[in-house]
Design a binder for this molecule. Structure first.
Ligand code: HEM
Ligand SMILES: *[C@@H]1O[C@H](CO)[C@@H](O)[C@H](O)[C@H]1NC(C)=O
Ligand SMILES: *[C@@H]1O[C@H](CO)[C@@H](O)[C@H](O)[C@H]1NC(C)=O
Length: 488
């Protein structure tokens, strides 16, 4: 008797769960959902890329998946992406608030939900970065200053195989550190080593199987599983940031900001206790956010760039020809020179397209009930924009599946930028550091190509272009051979 009551009860619970795990009306299609598990069994946790490919083929450009009981909509292709990110930009400008990535950091801007605090902080960052010379000369100074160290490192490595991974990471990190904290760090400095280590580790964990389990099954969140490492990393970084803030407060002169942190402290003074969202804890996370967002992205793009330039030597040579011509008699490149370098511009953009550095962008979330390509999507739905699907979409590019600067050149050899060029995403959430990133990529690549020839070592075998999967894609480690160029 007792057993059959339990059995009956279990059946009822199962039925309820089964009913609950249906897609909402007119929701984008997807594979059948299991109670509690959702579609987790449809995905290989180690590398779900193949599964996604298959799902897109079966269900179309806008399809849905259930991570546990949480619905997610994946957006593929230029048409749907533009409708969501641009045309209905604000409807899709939220960030999910209870995912792994959110729990690893409490404040800041990257993962802040759509709202007044995010808006204020985004506007503040854009203005401050501009005042510190984004698009102006002083930022160029800073970047060139850092490039000098890169050149030193490369000169010391002439004649022996050199792995540029750490060098590019540190260069990108230092450039953003100068803006944020007014200092650069020696390449073997503990501070930078620890921060870079923490962030690269977290970037990998965030996209890994444990993060997916964390997101799907809230019940396991408190357990000492591998994702706990990520929280430890964040704490380490927070503590470093606390130390920096302390130093800044000791040495700053109000009204005479030296860097981003000073500007923020001034802004806090200005606003006083008017209940605004500017506060120290926010600043701490914010500077870590900007540092993180500006390091792995730029350096991985550079790594991809040099991998392709070495293995497509005729493209490297054509860049160098153009650089020599345009910069003849000049001390060094300035960002404005890009207008006279259509080929170089095309190459940098093609590198960004192929590098596909942030393949699934950063997760978005709907801010209200909305529609996309005729489907209804309720408020609070997790949105995964598949930038890869736009960057290599058939029909948008002359050569979608090969590395070819012609993708950005007109028949007359002028630089053109197709609408589907979206490595920085699009719309209200679009990358806030685009201006800085583009300046860095241009100045670093042009300056290094002018001075050095980069050669794929004979004994390195066939290059492997397939990247290591993560929030950001990283080329597999490789070595370069460096020669000083004769013509200068
Ligand atoms: C090649 C380099 C870079 C690439 C490919 C890149 C790409 C992206 C992408 C795809 C997003 C997500 C946009 C979205 O949610 O729709 C993003 C956001 C962001 N990026 Fe970048 N980024 C780069 C460099 C930088 C740099 C140098 C900075 C630092 C100044 C930066 C700061 C940010 C911030 C703060 C956000 C969050 C914006 C928000 O949520 O409102 N990025 N970036
Ligand atoms: C994103 O698009 C690429 C290329 O079309 C595809 O290979 C990949 O599986 C897609 N990812 C997701 C999550 O849909
Ligand atoms: C992260 O999620 C929690 C709720 O789980 C929320 O209270 C918090 O504000 C979120 N973090 C951010 C950055 O907004």
């Amino acid at each position: 008797m007792f057993a059959s009551i339990i059995l009956l009860w279990l059946c009822v619970v199962f039925l309820i769960l089964l009913l609950k795990s249906q897609r909402p009306k007119n929701f984008p299609p997807g594979p059948p959902i299991l109670p509690i598990l959702g579609n987790i069994l449809h995905l290989s946790l180690e590398n779900p890329l193949k599964d996604f490919e298959r799902l897109r083929k079966s269900y179309g450009n806008v399809y849905s998946l259930f991570l546990g009981t949480r619905p997610a909509v994946i957006i593929n292709g230029m048409k749907a992406m533009k409708e969501a990110m641009v045309t209905k930009g604000t409807d899709f400008a939220g960030r999910p608030q209870d995912l792994f990535v959110n729990d690893t950091q409490k404040k800041g801007v990257i993962l802040a939900d759509y709202g007044s605090s995010w808006k204020e902080h985004r506007r503040f960052a854009l203005t401050t970065l501009r005042n510190f010379g984004m698009g102006k000369n002083s930022m160029e100074e800073r970047i060139h200053g850092e490039i000098d160290y890169t050149i030193d490192t490369l000169e010391k490595s002439i004649g022996k195989p050199f792995n540029p991974h750490v060098m590019f990471h540190n260069a990108a990190s230092n450039i953003i550190c100068q803006v944020l904290f007014g200092t650069r760090y020696e390449y073997d400095d503990e501070f930078i080593k620890v921060i870079v280590q923490c962030f690269t580790e977290n970037a990998k964990i965030s996209n890994g199987p444990w993060a997916m389990l964390y997101d799907s099954f809230p019940i396991i969140r408190g357990l000492p599983l591998p994702f706990a490492k990520a929280f430890k990393n964040v704490e380490t970084c927070q503590n470093l940031a606390i130390r920096l803030m302390k130093e800044h407060k000791k040495t700053r002169v109000p009204g005479e900001p030296r860097d981003f942190v000073d500007c923020y402290l001034d802004e806090m003074d200005k606003r006083g206790d008017d209940g605004s969202s500017f506060e120290e804890e926010q600043l701490r996370m914010y500077s870590l956010d900007l540092h993180f967002a500006g390091t792995d992205t730029t350096s991985n793009t550079l790594l991809t760039g040099f991998l392709y330039l070495m293995t497509y030597p005729h493209i490297q040579e054509r860049c160098q020809q153009e650089i020599d011509e345009v910069l003849e008699g000049k001390d060094r490149a300035s960002f404005d020179d890009r207008h006279n370098m259509p080929y170089m511009q095309a190459v940098i953009h093609e590198v960004q397209r192929i590098a596909n550095t942030v393949p699934l962008s950063v997760p978005h979330c709907t801010t209200k009930d909305t529609e996309l390509m005729g489907y209804s999507i309720p408020r609070g739905t997790l949105i995964i924009p598949n930038l890869t699907s736009v960057l290599n979409e058939e029909g948008q590019w002359k050569f979608p599946n090969e590395f070819n600067p012609e993708n950005f050149l007109s028949d007359q050899g002028e630089f053109v930028k197709p609408e589907a060029f979206m490595p920085f995403s699009a719309g209200p959430r679009m990358c806030l550091g685009e201006g800085l990133a583009r300046m860095e990529l241009f100045l670093i690549m042009v300056t290094l190509l002018r001075k050095f020839k980069f050669i794929w070592p004979e004994d390195a075998g066939e290059p492997d272009y397939s990247p290591v999967y993560g929030v950001t894609l990283t080329p597999k480690p490789y070595h370069m051979k460096i020669q000083l160029r004769a013509t200068q």
